[in-house]
Design a binder for this molecule. Sequence first.
Ligand code: CP
Length: 310
Amino acid sequence: MALSIRHLLGLENVPKEDIQLILDTTPSFLEVLNRPIKKVPTLQGTTIVNLFFESSTRTRVSFELAERRLSADVVNFAASTSSVNKGETLLDTARNIEAMKVDMVVMRHSVPGAPHFLSRMCTSSFINAGDGAHEHPTQALLDMYSIRQKTGALEGLNVCIIGDIAHSRVARSNIFGLKTMGANVAVCGPPSLLPHEVESLGVRVFTNLDEALHFSDVINVLRIQLERKAGAAFPSLREYRETFGITWRRLEGLSNPPLVLHPGPLNREVEISSDVADGPASIILDQVTNGVAVRMAILYLLGTRKESDS
Ligand code: CP
């Protein structure tokens, strides 16, 4: 089996078979992570550049570990210490790096569509590690893998994404991926943090958190993106916490408390309380562990793919 796609730029319009293949390939790499020597020669001779123009902890470290554990040659590019500061364009930066014989590029950028643009102008295989508020496909794939690991299946599962949907690339990729895999997807948040005409994405919409929790087998709690001015969309963080914050007091009254995911980083005691984040319903750290194996699966499938596979 091979992926039908040459780049992983988003999950919108990615076929179910490709998502299934990535999720089904992941356990063999999880097994590698549990060995004393966590390394296989799969991508020996492949050069991968991590091109990060925006801050990241989990995604950047996770990709680098995944690449090194596949024995790829890895180069990390930090925009803050590069010639971007001298006015070099995004395209010139990418073309110069590619001229050094690079095979794959993992890219995070604040502008939606930036990796899509470069993938059309360059010859390397591109993986989107987050483009503005557009998509974050590897986060959604690790979320789906983590849910499936706990529940056994995604088909027919009720999944609600809660919080700052309007600014969230994680929400968009999760909606596209989960719907493709047959889950029933809902979103919940204050109307000011829901995208215009969000129903057109084929999701149920809740503005009452208790109703959303009654619907949900799984909740994916999103960070309030204060750096993208999301705080201006409601009167105060205290009011947000009272109305939409996930606390154990809120979950414990439910007959079946949902599984709790959060992509990180957390605003503790804002969108999620520590008694939930660190409690028995939370799989937040499983998501992080699984993220390395999911990214190894993606790098392996894209890095060993041949043009004749498409
Ligand atoms: N989940 C996520 O993308 O986290 P980072 O911004 O730390 O990579």
